[in-house]
Design a protein around this ligand. Structure first.
Ligand code: AMP
Length: 602
């Protein structure tokens, strides 16, 4: 898109001078998107010219897009695994980046069942901070008076580990919350949280949530927005209130703290807020004891203007539940980011979830786009990759990034659709993540992983002359926490010796054991996914499913059993044929040190 054809759009008027500066920055970046992108690539290639990776492709001193595109391959995580493994094992030479790798960020995307390890460098924190700093000025354009109250945000850290070479490996948000950028952030009246930093930094999920909820309840009249990173996190908080309101209200009535909160820094941070408030305690008891949870958010926090949660992508499944608890409050999806790189922000954060588009900020990384045709099985040739300002309205693309930290032409795996432009920077609807079948929280289970889990569990059926003839799955998020449901149609060669309920319960656990580490962590450490369920359907059900699909126009020759279903009539059909249901009797194994095992010396 040429600049001449772009009608310059300016954001504003800004709420204050500080905001004006940030909005001007967004305008400048988006007006000069192509120039910024050329400079970002130039800078990345210049500073990393001596890295082993770039030298391998004989780039020399070239820093231009044409040479870069003609020499560098488009890669996936698996292609980079040997380099990543060496860094994890302690090789400090400039393999991918000239700047030292400061830590690994553990993505919720997995490779061979384990979290992907994304190398990062110190200055990336500044870049992330910069993107965060743009969110409030944009929000202030749409919601006034956010400086007159507080945000109740449920934010958590997760466990971290060390690689054999001594680098820390942890999720990107854990890294951010533990950084000085977050811990010693200057006071900003527009960003005052009800949660003390000590409560956010407490690694024990129960204690952290308890403390954050308690603070949110004490300050309920001051709360202007309620949020979490993803919708699933906010729903866990509501579930927590449903389970623990009685203890919370006891603490508020007496001004004492639940003895299960043992973390000293959390206790100290709560000392400032704890006081006997029998009236508030009675209010909470009245609101929570009746079993009526509709509109609980505005009932408890009556001044809430909006929910701050991401409900795009896999999280869209939670919109109806959030609407129920919030009485239809607006849901703001503010940003689009990943462990590899923070991408951009929503310039109209108060729009309905179905209309959310993210504007990629051209200063964050160098972005390319692989045209994606959902109907074609042919893979796109790298020469067809287009630049940020070269994408076309209405078309779908897979995001490919080149980062300061040393990922070059890396396929993120997200499919995006162009919905418009802000100046010359395109805006994208998040369409989906490639190859993800099931997702409840941050877990992402693909078809191969599900197949592997089913085949592991099927081994338990062998002694009973039973096999699985068909299966499909469903992410059930009607109750919190959500859980995986797997429909099985069994072939029992001998009805008399079929598997008992106990064996089928064990099959649920066996499947969980075979699922990836993000799933198991969510099950074990976070409790954010419930026990896996197997629903055995009666013989012939999958044939009926095929008949149904064909009646709706599917080709009989090309029909494949969908490995995941969500279409209500199909679910109804399956559920009406259920013969027995089974749940995992216990949690699968998960240990925080798994990362070490995986990247240990070969
Ligand atoms: P992770 O690497 O674990 O940080 O996960 C990053 C991935 O989460 C992205 O590549 C997306 O697939 C997904 N994601 C992040 N932000 C959003 C968003 N705003 N809407 C939809 N999906 C998102």
């Amino acid at each position: 898109m040429s600049l001449q054809s772009v009608k310059v759009q300016k954001l504003g008027p800004a709420e204050c001078e500080k905001d004006a500066e940030k909005l001007k920055f967004i305008d400048e970046m988006t007006i000069k998107a192509d120039e910024v992108q050329a400079n970002v690539l130039k800078e990345i290639l210049r500073r990393n010219a001596e890295t082993e990776y770039l030298k391998r492709y004989d780039l020399g001193d070239a820093t231009d897009r044409k040479t870069f595109k003609s020499l560098l391959p488009v890669v996936t995580y698996e292609d980079l695994q040997p380099e990543i493994q060496r860094i994890a094992n302690g090789d400090r030479s400039a393999i991918l980046s000239a700047h030292p790798i400061s830590e690994f960020l553990t993505s919720s995307g997995t490779s061979a069942g384990e979290r992907k390890l994304m190398p990062t460098i110190k200055e990336e924190l500044d870049r992330r901070q910069l993107l965060y700093s743009l969110l409030t000025p944009v929000m202030n354009l749409y919601v006034k008076g956010l400086d007159k109250g507080k945000g109740l945000y449920f934010l958590f850290v997760k466990s971290e580990t060390k690689t054999p070479g001594g680098l820390t490996a942890r999720p990107v948000l854990t890294s951010y919350y533990k950084s000085d950028h977050f811990k010693t952030r200057p006071f900003d009246p527009y960003n005052v949280y009800t949660s003390p930093t000590a409560a956010i930094l407490c690694a024990d999920a129960y204690q952290s949530m308890y403390a954050q909820m308690l603070c949110g309840l004490y300050q309920r009249q001051e709360v202007l927005r309620v949020g979490a990173v993803f919708a699933s996190g906010l729903l866990r908080a509501i579930r927590f209130l449903q389970i623990h309101w009685s203890q919370l209200s006891h603490d508020i009535a007496t001004g004492t703290l639940n003895k299960n909160i043992t973390d000293e820094s959390v206790r100290a941070s709560l000392a400032y807020i704890l006081r006997p408030d029998p009236e508030l305690a009675q209010f909470i008891t009245t609101e929570c004891s009746g079993g009526e949870w509709a509109k609980i958010i505005p009932r408890i926090w009556p001044n809430t203007k909006y929910l701050d949660v991401i409900v795009t992508g896999a999280m869209a499944q939670y919109i109806p539940t959030l609407e129920y608890y919030s009485g239809g409050l607006p849901m703001a999806c503010t940003m689009y980011a990943s462990s590899e790189c923070y991408f951009g922000l929503n310039l109209q954060p108060m729009c309905p979830p179905s209309e959310v588009s993210y504007t990629i900020m051209p200063n964050m990384a160098y972005f390319e786009f692989l045209p994606h045709n959902p109907d074609s099985t042919e893979s796109t040739h790298p020469s067809q990759l287009v630049d940020l300002t070269g994408v076309q309205l209405g078309k779908e693309y897979e995001l490919v990034i080149t980062t300061y930290a040393g990922l070059y032409r890396y396929r993120v795996g997200d499919i995006l659709r162009v919905t418009g432009f802000h100046n010359s920077a395109p805006q994208f609807r998040f369409v989906r993540r490639k190859n993800v079948l099931l997702s409840i929280e941050s877990d992402k289970t693909d078809e191969a992983e599900l197949q592997h889990a089913v085949s592991q569990a099927s081994k338990l059926l062998l002694p009973y002359n039973t096999s699985i003839i068909e299966y499909t799955s469903y992410a059930d998020t009607k109750a919190i926490p959500g859980h995986y449901v797997i429909y099985w149609e069994l072939l029992k060669k001998d009805a008399a010796t079929g598997p008992s309920d106990r064996v089928l319960d064990k099959c649920c656990l066996e499947m969980e054991e075979a699922l990836n580490s993000v799933y198991r962590q969510s099950r074990v450490a976070d409790g954010s996914i419930g026990p896996l369920e197997i629903r055995v359907v009666r013989s012939g059900t999958f044939e009926e499913l095929m008949d149904y699909a064909i009646s709706r126009g599917a080709s009989i020759n090309q029909y494949k059993v969908p490995r995941c279903v969500s279409f209500p009539p199909i679910l109804e059909l399956l559920d009406s044929r259920v013969e027995s249901t089974h749940f995992s009797p216990s949690c699968p194994k998960w240990a925080p040190h798994k990362v070490d095992d995986k990247v240990g010396p070969q």
